[in-house]
Design a protein around this ligand. Structure first.
Ligand code: ZN
Length: 87
């Protein structure tokens, strides 16, 4: 069973396991690698374009999130993911 989720940046729908899942743990952004942390998550494509766009929107306070995330921690997580994805 793999539910469908959508990227919060481009709204593209994909299987949950094909997306990056980030949860807000006491407002600190945490990458949920195993996708099993029982907190509401947000999803991103594993795509630098979406990750860059997410950071840009975050800096402008234009990324709409249902749950509160500490902005700096979320940007930092995205930076880490981008580094892992490589060039
Ligand atoms: Zn996307």
């Amino acid at each position: 069973m793999n539910p469908i989720r959508s990227c919060i940046v481009c709204r593209k729908k994909a299987r949950k396991d094909e997306l990056l899942r980030i949860v807000s743990c006491n407002e600190l952004a945490t990458l949920d690698r195993e996708q099993n942390i029982s907190l509401r998550g947000i999803y991103f494509c594993k795509d630098k374009k979406c990750l860059e766009k997410a950071k840009e929107l975050l800096r402008k306070d234009k990324l709409v999130l249902k749950k509160h995330f500490n902005k700096e921690s979320l940007i930092k997580i995205i930076d880490n993911i981008e580094n892992e994805l490589g060039e």
